[in-house]
Design a binder for this molecule. Structure first.
Ligand code: SF4
Length: 254
C-alpha cells in the first residue's frame, strides 16, 4: 500500500486461477460509512493466520478482514476491498479457535478495513480477553484517529478503546516508506495503552523491510505459500511475475 494495511498474498501451486489485479478508479473513499451491516456476531474475513511476526510485536495471530471503503492507489491487497466475498465466520467460533492458539503475544487486525467491521471485532476482543487477558490487540485503519474519535460510530469508538496499538491513515503511494509497520509516512503508530509505551521511541524510528514467507501443504496435499508484511513498492507485482515465469500459478486470497 502500498500499504495502509499489512499485506498478504497467497499462491496455490497447481490452481488454474491467475492473478487478478484490480484497477481502482479513485483514490478517495466514496462513502466512509459504507461497510458491512453493523453486526457483531459474524465477521467477513479475507484471510487469517495464527503465526505472524512482522505485523506487530511478537508472534501474533492476524485477521485480514474483507471489505474496505478506501481506494488507495497502490493498495497491496486490492482483493480485500470489495464488500463481498471472503469467508463469513461466526465470532464466537473464531474466538474459541483463537483462544486455543498457543504462544502468541496478541492479535492484529488488518485488511480490508477493520473499522468497517468494528462491532464484530469489538465482540471478538471481549470474548478473547475474558479468557486471555494477557493478549494485546493492534489494528490498522485507513481512518485517522481523530476522525474515529470525533465522528466514529459507537462500535468504532468501542473498538478503539480495546486496542493497545492503532496504525492509522490510508496509504499514499507518493509517500511510501520503510518505517516499521507502515506503508507510507503519513501513517502513524498510536500507543493507546501503556503496555508498549516504553518501546515507543525505538519502534517509531525503526526502519527496514519485514516480510515473512510461509509454506505448507493444503488438506488436498497441494503446496501452498504466502507472504505477509509490508513490502517495498512494487514488490508484489515483481514477485508474482517471477513466480509465474517460474511456472508457479497464483491465486488471490479472496
Ligand atoms: S485502507 Fe483499504 S484500500 Fe487503502 S491500503 Fe488499506 S486495504 Fe488497501
Amino acid at each position: 500500500m502500498r500499504f495502509a494495511c499489512g499485506g498478504i498474498s497467497r499462491f496455490i501451486d497447481q490452481t488454474g486461477a491467475g492473478l487478478a489485479m484490480l484497477k481502482m478508479a479513485t483514490d478517495r473513499v466514496e462513502n466512509p460509512r459504507s461497510c458491512w451491516p453493523n453486526q457483531c456476531e459474524v465477521l467477513h474475513l479475507a484471510q487469517k493466520t495464527d503465526a505472524c511476526t512482522v505485523l506487530g510485536l511478537g508472534r501474533r495471530a492476524v485477521l485480514w478482514v474483507q471489505g474496505c471503503p478506501f481506494r488507495c492507489p497502490g493498495c497491496v491487497a486490492p482483493e480485500t476491498q470489495p464488500f463481498r466475498g471472503g469467508e463469513t465466520v461466526d465470532v464466537g467460533t473464531l474466538a474459541d479457535e483463537l483462544n486455543r492458539v498457543p504462544d502468541i503475544e496478541g492479535l492484529t487486525f488488518s485488511g480490508g478495513e477493520p473499522f468497517a467491521q468494528a462491532a464484530a471485532l469489538a465482540n471478538l476482543i471481549d470474548q478473547i480477553r475474558n479468557r486471555r487477558p494477557d493478549l494485546s490487540f493492534m489494528s490498522y485503519t485507513g481512518f485517522t484517529l481523530e476522525y474515529l474519535v470525533e465522528h466514529g460510530t459507537n462500535a468504532q469508538k468501542t473498538l478503539l478503546r480495546q486496542l493497545d496499538i492503532l496504525i492509522d491513515g490510508s496509504y499514499q503511494a507518493d509517500r511510501h516508506t520503510n518505517l516499521r509497520w507502515r506503508g507510507s509516512d503519513n501513517q502513524r503508530v498510536h500507543f493507546l495503552t501503556d503496555r508498549y509505551r516504553h518501546l515507543e521511541h525505538d519502534l517509531l524510528n525503526d526502519r527496514g523491510t519485514w516480510l515473512e514467507f510461509v509454506y505448507h501443504s493444503s488438506e488436498q496435499g497441494e503446496p501452498v505459500g504466502w507472504w505477509m508484511g509490508i513490502p517495498p513498492q512494487a514488490f508484489r507485482e515483481a514477485f508474482e511475475k517471477k513466480m509465474r515465469d517460474s511456472g508457479i500459478r497464483w491465486a488471490v486470497s479472496s
